[in-house]
Design a protein around this ligand. Structure first.
Ligand code: PAF
Length: 283
C-alpha cells in the first residue's frame, strides 16, 4: 500500500492506473475509521480495480476551533486497517498541502441547501466540506466515489456539486452502519459519556417511530415530526436541534408524504452533536 502526501503524486498515480485501463474507487474520509468507513472501503475494493482512501481532517468544515482540535485522529491505526483491507493508496495530505495559501478565497458555494438543517446549525460547514471534496476529486480524477448515507445532506450536496460542476465522478452511497442498539456509527460517538452514549439511542428510536407511522399509512409529515420530537424530548441527556421530513430528491421539507421521503434528526448530547436519518417506507 502506498501512502501519498501530495496532490501531484496522487494525481500521477491515479492517471497511471487509468492509462493502464484500471478503474478507481475512492473513499474520502477524515480518518478515525469505524465500521461505517470499513463498509465503504470494502465496497470500493470489491467494485473497482484500484482502491484509494483519503484521510484528511478538513479544517474548513469546522466552525469551532475546539471541535477541530477535539476531532479524533489515529493515522497509524487507520493505515493498519487500510492495509488489512487491501487498499492500494492512502492519500493523507497535510493542511498546508491542501491549502497552501491558508483558508482559500475561492471556495465552493453549496447554494441554498447548504444553508438549511446542518448548514443552519453549522454556518460555513458545507462550503468547507464541498471545497475539500472538490479538491480531493481533482487530486484523484475520474473515479467512483463512496459516501455513507448517515450524512444524507452532505451526500445530497456532493451529488449536486458533481452534477452542477461536471466532475467526472460517479457518486454512490451505502447504508448507514449501526451499533447493536441502532446508534449510527460515527467518530463523534467516542466523545460521549456512558450516559450520553446510552441516551443516543433515542435518535434511532425516533426515526423508527416515524418509519412505523409512515408504514401504517400516515402521510402527514407534522405527525411524524411530532413523534420524533416527543421521543428525543423525553430523553433528558438529549437537546433536540431539528426533526424534519424531507423529499428524498429535493431535500426540501414536506408537509405531506407523497413521494420518497427521508426523516432527519439532530440533537446535542452535552457538547457532542449527533445526526441520523432514515428513508421512510412508502406504504
Ligand atoms: O464525511 C466526511 O468524512 C467529510 O465530510 C469528507 C467528505 C471527507 C470531507 O472532508
Amino acid at each position: 500500500m502506498e501512502v501519498i502526501r501530495t496532490v501531484a503524486t496522487t494525481l500521477a498515480s491515479c492517471d497511471e492506473a487509468r492509462s493502464n485501463g484500471k478503474s478507481i474507487g475512492f473513499v474520502p474520509t477524515m480518518g478515525s475509521f469505524h465500521d461505517g468507513h470499513l463498509s465503504l472501503i470494502r465496497r470500493a475494493r470489491s467494485e473497482r480495480d484500484v482502491a484509494i482512501v483519503s484521510i484528511f481532517v478538513n479544517p474548513l468544515q469546522f466552525g469551532d476551533p475546539a471541535d477541530l482540535a477535539a476531532y479524533p485522529r489515529n493515522e497509524e491505526r487507520d493505515l493498519t486497517i487500510a492495509r488489512e483491507l487491501n487498499v492500494d493508496v492512502v492519500f493523507a495530505p497535510s493542511a498546508e498541502e491542501m491549502y497552501p495559501q491558508g483558508r482559500p478565497d475561492v471556495a465552493v458555494d453549496p447554494g441554498p441547501l447548504g444553508e438549511r438543517l446542518e448548514g443552519a446549525s453549522r454556518p460555513g460547514h458545507f462550503r468547507g466540506v464541498l471545497t475539500a471534496v472538490a479538491k480531493l476529486f481533482h487530486a484523484v480524477g475520474a473515479c467512483r466515489a463512496y459516501f455513507g448515507e448517515k450524512d444524507a445532506q452532505q451526500l445530497a450536496l456532493v451529488r449536486r456539486m458533481v452534477a452542477d460542476l461536471s466532475f467526472p465522478v460517479d457518486v454512490v452511497s451505502s447504508p448507514t452502519v449501526r451499533e447493536a442498539d441502532g446508534v449510527a456509527m460515527s467518530s463523534r460517538n467516542a466523545r460521549l459519556t456512558p450516559d450520553q452514549r446510552e441516551a443516543a439511542g433515542c435518535l434511532f428510536l425516533a426515526l423508527s417511530e416515524a418509519a412505523e407511522l409512515a408504514n401504517a399509512g400516515e402521510r402527514d409529515a407534522a405527525k411524524l415530526v411530532a413523534a420524533m420530537a416527543r421521543e428525543i424530548g423525553a430523553t433528558p441527556e438529549a437537546r433536540l436541534d431539528y426533526a424534519v421530513v424531507v423529499d428524498e430528491a429535493t431535500f426540501t421539507e414536506v408537509r405531506e408524504i407523497r413521494t420518497a421521503a427521508r426523516a432527519l434528526v439532530a440533537a446535542l448530547f452535552g457538547q457532542t452533536r449527533l445526526i441520523d436519518n432514515l428513508l421512510l417506507p412508502t406504504a
